[in-house]
Design a protein around this ligand. Structure first.
Ligand code: XLS
Ligand code: CA
Ligand code: CA
Length: 449
């Protein structure tokens, strides 16, 4: 069964039909080769495993502008001075795109879905107009909201931070935005709410009281939690770590930093992590590393599935195209038992040079197929008994006897010294890294069909 394609008065993607699975032999660029949404793997359909989302901002707002030149794409739905009209047309285009791609979820920022007014009251009205329209569109199409968020980094008022701004007036302003974005998320049945602290950090240490700013961040998140729960938000609050860009240093540096912060402030019962591949690599980690840190802490909530460019240090927000990477990511997700109410959001944009209307479809199809292949192969790698043996086998000395007593905290440092003397020099035990690498590659080469 397929989702019904939304079509408003205008068709923004003429000539593009709903994207279907045609299998690995197909050479149709507008078909899935691996993502067969109803195919069952390990008891769940691919759609249920992967929970893909399209983001609003990169696809329906951005035109490809960069610091060196203007946009290269014309958006048919974003023409004219009437902001309300543009926002409505944009939403029609978005729902046509979502349903033609046949993807289950979407994500928004307040001021890419709506437009900012001259006052807080006006902005709230604008958001409400768009929430009403989105509610209708969701009902017509069956689309669901993975997460909502507030953009507290573009407006110049946030140049010194939002909730960590040294000026209380800005902190209060940011709170007004989070309140409205939470209201919108709840009304649209959003399953998560994201905080990405784009400007929550600093540029210069000597004019910044980092201790005070971090305390303000914790109070702000606590108040957002309190408000969200009071209006019936039952979903998960997510923090999206990123080490830098736009700020020289951002407080939510990486998964482990955020985990420590959440636990320190007692926020870990309501907040989890939204791990973005590109942000993990900017922090000097592999994507799978940050996923694993989140999973180990029971705090991996959701994923932004875009990647960076290994040759430079920017957030390039590219669509995933590396199967090796998605295999490793999906191994973490499968071992964790799935993404729960989280999902895989393509916070990704087509390249500035990709100017055909179909390119955004092709990019999503490629990203979805890349993760579908990652899922199929990860499932096979994990089902291969050698994988578990090679990992778990390394820890068997802790499964019984003194190793087990150590894990229970029953042995003192002096006890350990005596045991070390009794056992003598430990034998060298191979880590077998190359064997595991070969095993994973063998499964990749055997194919993802
Ligand atoms: C920017 C972030 C942003 C968040 C949502 O680097 O990825 O897009 O996901 O505000
Ligand atoms: Ca990013
Ligand atoms: Ca992101």
């Amino acid at each position: 069964m397929s989702r019904r394609v939304f079509s408003g008065d205008t068709t923004y993607f003429p000539g593009i039909e709903q994207i279907r699975y045609e299998g690995p032999e197909s050479d149709n660029p507008l078909a899935f080769k691996a993502y067969d949404r109803e195919r069952v793997i390990g008891g769940k359909t691919m759609e249920e495993h992967l929970r893909f989302a399209v983001c609003y901002w990169h696809n329906f707002c951005a035109t490809g502008a960069d610091p060196f030149g203007p946009g290269t794409r014309e958006l048919a739905w974003a023409q004219g001075p009437d902001k309300a009209r543009v926002a409505r047309d944009r939403m029609d285009a978005a729902f046509e795109f979502f349903t033609k791609l046949n993807i289950p979820f979407w994500c928004f920022h307040d001021f890419d879905m709506a437009w900012e007014g001259a006052t807080i009251g006006e902005s709230e009205k604008n958001i409400q107009v768009m929430v009403d329209l989105a509610t209708e569109r969701q009902q017509e199409t069956g689309m669901r909201l993975l997460w909502g968020t507030a953009n507290m980094f573009s407006n110049p008022r946030y140049m010194n931070g939002a909730s960590t701004n040294p000026d209380f007036n800005v902190v209060a302003y940011a709170a007004s935005q989070v309140k409205a974005a939470l209201d919108a998320t709840v009304e649209l049945g959003g399953q998560n709410y994201v905080f990405w602290g784009g400007r929550e950090g600093y540029a210069y240490l000597q004019n910044t009281d980092t201790k005070r700013e971090l305390e303000h961040l914790a109070i702000f998140l606590d108040k957002a939690r309190e408000y969200g729960r009071s209006i019936g938000f039952e979903g998960t609050f997510l923090i999206e770590p990123k080490p830098m860009e736009p700020m020289y240093h951002q407080y939510d540096f990486d998964a482990q930093t955020v985990i420590g912060f959440l636990r320190h402030h007692g926020l870990d019962g309501d907040f989890k992590l939204n791990i973005e591949a590109n942000h993990a690599t900017l922090a000097g980690h592999a994507f799978a590393h940050d996923l694993q840190m989140g999973a180990d802490a029971g705090l991996l909530g959701s994923i932004d599935a875009n990647i960076g460019n290994p040759q430079n240090g920017w957030d390039t927000d590219q669509f995933p195209s590396d199967v090796y990477d998605t295999v490793h990511a999906m191994m973490v997700v499968l071992r964790m038992g799935g993404l729960g109410d989280g999902g895989l959001n393509f916070d990704a944009k087509v390249r500035r040079e990709s100017t055909d209307l179909e390119d955004t479809f092709i990019a999503h199809i490629g990203g979805m197929d890349c993760f579908a292949r990652g899922l199929i192969i990860a499932d096979r790698v994990l089902a291969d008994s050698r994988t578990r043996e090679l990992r778990e086998g390394r820890y068997t000395s802790f499964d019984s006897g003194d190793g087990k007593r150590f894990e229970k905290g029953e042995l003192s440092l002096t006890d350990l010294r005596s045991l070390a003397i009794a056992h003598g020099e430990p034998e060298k035990i191979s880590g077998k890294q190359e064997l595991l690498e070969n095993l994973i590659n063998d499964h990749i080469v055997r194919g993802a069909s």
